[in-house]
Design a protein around this ligand. Sequence first.
Ligand code: C2O
Ligand code: CU
Length: 463
Amino acid sequence: MAGSASVVSATALPRQADALAPAIREFRLVAAPGQSSLVGAAHPETPVWTYNGQTPGPEIRVRQGERVRLLVENRLPEETTVHWHGVRVPNAMDGVPHLTQAPIGVGETFAYEFACEDAGTFWYHPHQRSHAQVGRGLSGPFIVEEREPYPVDRDVTWMLGDWRLLKDASISDDFGAMHDVSHAGRIGNTVTVNGAVMDSFAVRAGERIRLRLVNAANARVFGLIFEGHAPRIVALDGHPVAPHEPEDGRVLLGPAMRIDVVIDMTGKPGSRFKVVDAFYKGLEYRLLDLGYADDSLGSVRTTPIPVLTANPVPEPNLALARRHDVVLGGGMMGMMAGALVHGEVMDARTMMRHGLAWAINGVAATGHVHEPMATLERGSTNILALRNETAWWHPMHLHGHTFRVLSRNGLPTRHREWQDTVLVRPRETVEIAFVADNPGDWMFHCHVLEHQAGGMMGTIRVA
Ligand code: C2O
Ligand code: CU
């Protein structure tokens, strides 16, 4: 399955609009076990969890400003919810069990409804036992198109997945294994693009492609190199950024992050070029080839890469910002002495026995219900200074808001990029700023899903 064109689209049923209310786009998602051919016909199909029978789930594609209603039916053997990652929704629509809604019970349906105010590349996934439910295949792309069409020849989505498969192509069911929790998370052994191991992605000479990359892996970080090509990054986590080439030529994508790149297909008809994932030293591998068709679309465009229109995110007022220190602690090679668990001091050993290995500001969270780590006044600008005292990478995600990444280790970032998930390097300090304009209790957590399950989460209250 290459690109969005071949992905079966969700059933969109335009509702009868009355004279006053704007039309609502309605989608139905059924979460249920299924089968999928992840590794090709030479291997058995893999039992997976699906939305509408497929993994990834159907691409939901709407226009900026539209209102959507998403009916989620749970036919899984356990409770679930859906979180619309990166979409700034009202709190009650955020899909966090026990915090913003009761879990969707087996056999039940929940209706999510919200307006899509920001254009961009987003995605959806469960927030109930995420490490296991996402790891079994539950996730899908959520694309909000700009009001003005973006001038490219093709708009393509690649959902990057990472699976831990056994010899018979079934999913290893060691979800939550303590070694994964306390180290880099559950790194798999099979990487897929749109749910399949892909040998080659068909392109034509002269094409200009907008490629929407979504990292839907539990824990794997990607560092993609497009050999022979010069991708330009035009959006991060859905939000426009000044078009630029990736640092070191590697498109760096932590779990849950999205990057839109524009690539001019400058190769010759009939040629092939590798796309390599070079993030883990010594473990580089070929993701797939760009395979050029024998004909061409014409000469490569010489027009500059167009800049996307900014989304209506409120601009932080740094002069009046309140600063909050956020210390990320724990993990192997720098294990903390212990942390607060349910308000009691617990030593690291006992924590491990309870499946915990991480803490934010000395608190290891065990579920979704806990006291907020900070309470922010509605409308105020806040800077979170994230200090990573661990030896590991952490993609830190804030719900309900989009923040600017101000600095890394004290140096201002070049693009002051908008993100909802910021990849924090080992021992790095990253400052982010945002206007707390969306009232409610919001999750703030590491998107290495095993780190989240192992305590690296908290909530932030916007009062
Ligand atoms: Cu993508 Cu709290 O999640
Ligand atoms: Cu982490």
